[in-house]
Write a protein that binds this ligand. Structure first.
Ligand code: HEM
Length: 421
């Protein structure tokens, strides 16, 4: 997407309106540009949600500049996560039940992260490398067999199955249960989108069922350890403490949701970007290994699959000169930070050789930085290697059907073809 050609006046921008997240990508980019330039720390009211059990909160400060988001993310004593990491307020117990450590502060967060990190050491992630390759190969084998005309839906057939299968394999979930896990994650993350029409009750039900499933899995691996990260986590001892099965249940919800929906969207946006910019595709395809490290992070910057996380000020402070009172919410809009010209040269160019250090798609640093970043990078790299090697002509052949959500920059469907394009 080039620099937006339209201008969106400040008064037309309301990030709390569901319609904002329906307007096209160019409109959204233009709106974030207006905010960065004219109101980088802007108070945004919360709206009454359809489900009246969630009362709108007092509003939040929308942060759109890279620098402010970086500052908030790296100062957890000043901007905490324990009061929630999404915009709406929920009781602490619900936050922890759903969000596990993403909704916690130290020392609780540190303890939990230290335990579960044992499942994400380079050694554990390297163990799945082979499996990621095998899975990517079998996805392409399947495409060739099932779609002899050389076209299919990219999301359903390519982008979605890979991360799902990897996370299930890592956790030790039997293949027969994968469709159920997939359906639960769709329900949980589809809450804003009318197509999925998830109600709050359905969301709670899906989370509860997933929680119970995980508890059983955790109990089983406690008794019968296997070669999976569920066993590693259930048996890890940090400072004499272990994970309880309840903690594991909540962490499982976070992990399965975080691991699936993000990576699949990065892969889908990646194909779209490579389709729209054949020069960049040629650069990467011609020297695949040399550019993979930067190309993968550029895909994550470009896609910014996670749209926001929230923090809450713990004391009176200020951001870009705007006073923020203790207890007020601040929302970090990552897509805006990832297009901030103060940080990125030509931010609207997709550039597979861009220095990857700065992008905030995995978070802007600090204690909650994405635990699965290296796993996600490997999955994206391996999938594109397989596509480039076996279906080098693959392209998106139509516009993506986007998810309507203020949280996940999702693509629900996108036609693709590798023959006759
Ligand atoms: C392209 C793919 C992915 C993106 C864009 C992404 C993005 C993010 C973001 C923005 C955060 C919050 C960072 C913060 O608040 O500072 C996060 C946290 C997290 N991510 Fe990811 N993620 C991806 C893949 C994964 C995968 C594959 C897994 C695991 C299998 C994973 C597990 C987690 C966990 C557990 C956290 C919470 C960490 C904490 O609170 O300490 N993510 N991710």
């Amino acid at each position: 997407m080039p620099e937006p050609r339209i201008t969106v006046p400040l008064d037309d921008i309301d990030l709390s309106l569901p319609e904002f997240w329906l307007a096209g990508r160019e409109w959204r980019d233009a709106a974030f540009r207006t905010l960065r330039e004219q109101a980088p720390v802007r108070f945004t009211e919360e709206r009454v949600l359809e489900d009246s059990r969630i009362q709108p909160g007092p509003g939040y400060w929308s942060l759109t500049r890279y620098e402010d988001i970086w500052h908030v993310s790296r100062n957890p004593q000043l901007f905490c996560s324990g009061k929630g990491s999404n915009i709406g307020d929920m009781p602490v117990e619900i936050n922890e039940f759903f969000g596990s450590m993403i909704n916690m502060d130290d020392p609780k967060h540190f303890r939990l992260r230290s335990i579960v990190s044992k499942g994400f050491t380079p050694k554990e992630v390297a163990k799945v490398e082979e499996y990621v390759k095998t899975k990517a190969t079998s996805i392409v084998d399947d495409l060739l067999e099932r779609f002899p005309d050389g076209s299919c839906d990219f999301v359903t057939e390519v982008a979605a199955p890979l991360p799902l299968k990897i996370i299930c394999e890592m956790m030790g979930i039997p293949e027969a249960d994968e469709p159920q896990i997939f359906a639960w994650t769709n329900t949980i993350l589809g809450i804003g989108d009318p197509e999925y029409g998830t109600t709050l009750d359905e969301l709670m039900m899906a989370a509860l069922q997933m929680f119970q499933y995980a508890q059983q899995l955790g109990e089983d691996r406690l008794a019968n350890p296997k070669d999976d990260i569920t066993s590693v986590m259930m048996h890890a001892v940090v400072d004499g403490e272990r994970l309880t099965t309840q903690e594991f249940g909540s962490f499982f919800i976070l992990l399965v949701v975080a691991g699936n929906e993000t990576t699949r969207n990065a892969i889908s946006h990646g194909l779209k970007a490579l389709t729209d910019d054949p020069d960049q595709r040629a650069i990467w395809w011609d020297e695949f290994d040399g550019h993979t490290r930067t190309a993968v992070d550029e895909i994550v910057r470009w896609a910014t699959p996670v749209i926001h996380f929230r923090r809450t000020a713990t004391e009176d402070t200020s951001l870009s000169g705007q006073p923020i009172a203790a207890g007020e919410k601040v929302v970090m809009w990552y897509p805006s930070a990832n297009r901030d010209p103060a940080k990125f040269d030509h931010p609207y160019d997709f550039d597979v050789r861009r220095d990857p250090g700065a992008q905030v798609g995995f978070g802007a640093g600090g204690p909650h930085f994405c635990l699965g970043a290296n796993l996600a990078r490997r999955e994206i790299a391996v999938m594109f290697r397989e596509l480039r090697t076996r279906l080098p002509g693959i392209r998106a052949t139509g516009e993506p059907d986007y998810l309507q959500s203020a949280f996940i920059n999702g693509i629900k469907r996108m036609p693709c073809a590798w023959k006759g394009v």
